[in-house]
Design a binder for this molecule. Structure first.
Ligand code: FES
Ligand code: MG
Length: 612
């Protein structure tokens, strides 16, 4: 027993470890410690246990979240690692977000989760924290909150699900969900088959088994140095995942001693490494928004990495990983082909190997400990991770538009995943706009036989940006109008201010900003028949309109909005209550990460990196 804790003549340092941290205000510090101890002893902990560094484990388990279904097992394994290394592991919950069970969208709740994570890390006396998550918005929310809290953190992802099998063909969420649903819609698949397939698309616990947002973010966590190299790809249900969890516990105890904080680990070079990996894996477009939100939480890096940094790095980075939706394979193949270790070895010439990682060692030192053994050429996985000299796509899997009035002349975020285009001719295209105002308008008219549209038309969906449709839905994958699909059209140029699932593909421009609902938006004043020009090589996204004409339309719309009272979301957002009101008032545009202004390092009402 440590009676000295109650000796009033010995001062208590609230910067100490464990229960001494940031003592709550119960009057005097000794009384606060006394209270903490008496309550936590009700959980059965001894004085010996309570004298150890405390490793918090963030538990995002929920029975609504199959991507996190293995978390109870992972927590057991993390605890084993912590306890073998002399720490005390204490798990606690934060909210859990699954893509399908987070209406209106999981993106709407990402910032809420980041606040939950930040505040619970701050509030509780943890010396380091293991952040367990996996589904799309979870890992970015946890890192955003973790950077802001700036206590030592280490990420542990739940890992990808295994692929399923249907009628002899491998299938997996969620690229195959979309392609098969499209077949069913077109009459090429019957109701028995689509029902049978439904049983097989998500056959195990874990995150989507392709290079969607969850897998992308897992790879980026490694590249950022916030998660050990081998922790990104091991399947959720593998024993490897449990061993990774155990060693994460060991690392966390180490972190509790080194006190290495995320704001120290993360440098400009860490982010450049993450962007290089993002381009090399042909990662999710959502990751761009998340990366911007993450960097803008960092007090000295905010505003220094922009979507244009992603384009610049892309020009020198080939696509090496052959995974759906850009390629053919599943996450388990990537893992079996060597995973992130093999990829980082290939990418070495493009990486900043001196960037620090959560282990306290550099990325280069960590990589050097994992020997690089290329697969034999006859292996059926040999092509899953391509060598630098023989890429799947030469460069710029993800392209940010920089020129043209629709690109956002003030530095917008309009992006296209060029590598996932199904008809590459569309990457340089000129066509007449067919405009839909919001998802309801789209649903009502897209399959109308009288819709004035042909295969060269440019489908535009606006009003699905951060404010216009709170949560910025993944509705950017505008379906091909039925009458064209029936004639065999599989891809068209599509443009929106919304997002798209990382598991989807097509010639699709996303994140146009300012979003259509913004009074100053160019997208917001386009009309049916305006001629849109897209040239991916030239980074051009333009409309064949005189600038004066665009300005006139914008001014006219501003006047209409001003007199419309509550009609425009931009006007009505002041009167909305609750979290939705907070979201609508505070969310910033995609190029800043769709974070709440007051959560960014720049603080309330300021744009990350300066400006207004
Ligand atoms: Fe969770 Fe896809 S739904 S990762
Ligand atoms: Mg997704």
């Amino acid at each position: 027993a440590n009676n000295l804790d109650y000796d009033l003549t010995t001062p208590i340092n609230p910067d100490g470890v464990g229960l001494r941290q940031k003592l709550s205000s119960y009057g005097d510090a000794h009384f606060s410690l006394f209270m903490r101890k008496l309550f936590i002893k009700a959980m059965g902990y001894s004085e010996d246990a309570l004298s150890r560094p405390i490793v918090g484990i963030v538990n995002t388990y929920s029975s609504f979240n199959p991507c996190h279904a293995n978390i109870p097992q992972l927590i057991d394994a993390v605890k084993r690692g912590v306890q073998l290394s002399g720490g005390l592991a204490i798990d606690f919950p934060t909210i859990s977000l699954h893509e399908s069970f987070a209406a209106p969208t999981s993106m709407y709740l990402r910032n809420l989760m980041s606040m939950d994570t930040e505040e619970m890390i701050q509030a509780q006396p943890v010396d380091s924290v293991v952040l367990i998550g996996g589904c799309d918005k979870t890992t970015p929310a946890q890192l955003m909150g973790g950077i802001s809290a700036n206590k030592p953190i280490i990420h542990l992802v739940t890992g990808p699900m295994m692929p399923g099998s249907f009628q002899g063909v491998r299938v997996g969420a969620c690229t195959d969900c979309r392609s098969n649903w499209a077949k069913f819609r077109a009459g090429a698949m019957d109701i028995e088959d689509i029902s049978g397939l439904n049983e097989e698309l998500a056959p195990t616990a874990g995150t989507c088994g392709v290079m969607g947002t969850a897998s992308t973010m897992a790879c980026l966590l490694v590249a950022l140095g916030m998660m050990p190299i081998q922790a990104a790809t091991a399947p959720a249900v593998s024993s490897a995942r449990l061993r990774i969890s155990e060693s994460t516990g060991t690392h966390a105890v180490q972190l509790a001693k080194t006190r290495l904080q995320p704001q120290t680990i993360l440098t400009r070079e860490s982010f450049l490494n993450a962007i290089t990996v993002l381009q090399a894996i042909g990662g999710s477009t959502n990751a761009i928004v998340h990366l911007m939100a993450i960097v803008n939480r960092h007090p000295t890096l905010a505003g220094t990495i922009t979507p244009h940094t992603i384009d610049t790095i892309g020009r020198q980075t080939p696509l090496l990983v052959d995974l759906k939706p850009s390629g053919e394979n599943y996450m388990t193949d990537f893992h079996n082909a060597g995973g992130m270790a093999a990829l980082l070895h290939e990418l070495k010439p493009l990486l900043h190997l001196d960037a620090l990682t959560v282990t306290g060692r550099t990325l280069g030192a960590e990589l050097a400990d994992i020997p690089f053994r290329p697969l034999p050429p006859h292996s059926n996985l040999a092509n899953c991770i391509r060598p630098l000299a023989n890429p799947l796509y030469p460069a710029s899997a993800l392209v940010i538009f920089e020129r043209g009035i629709l690109a956002g002349t003030t530095g917008g975020a309009a992006v296209i995943k060029a590598s996932a285009s199904k008809d590459r001719r569309l990457l340089k295209h000129r066509g007449k706009a067919v405009i839909f105002d919001g998802s309801a308008d789209l649903a009502a008219r897209i399959d109308d036989p009288d819709l004035d549209v042909d295969r060269d038309s440019v489908l535009i969906l606006r009003g699905i940006g951060p404010v216009g449709n709170p949560g910025m839905p993944e509705a950017g994958l505008i379906p091909i109008p039925k009458k064209l699909a029936e004639r065999g059209v599989v891809d068209m140029l599509r443009i929106s201010d919304g997002r798209m699932s990382g598991t989807a593909g097509g010639t699709i421009v996303l994140h146009v900003s300012p979003e259509g609902a913004d009074p100053g938006s160019v997208l917001g004043v386009l009309r049916d028949g305006d001629v849109v020009v897209c040239d991916v090589v030239e980074r051009m996204l333009d409309v064949e309109l005189e600038e004066t004409e665009v300005l006139e339309r914008i001014n006219k719309r501003r006047r209409e909005m001003a007199s419309a009272g509550g009609e425009s979301p931009w006007v009505s957002r002041e009167g909305v209550r609750g979290y939705r009101g907070l979201y609508m008032r505070e969310v910033n545009q995609a190029e800043h990460g769709a974070d709440f202004g007051f959560l960014t390092a720049a603080g309330p009402g300021r744009t990350p990196g300066g400006g207004n």
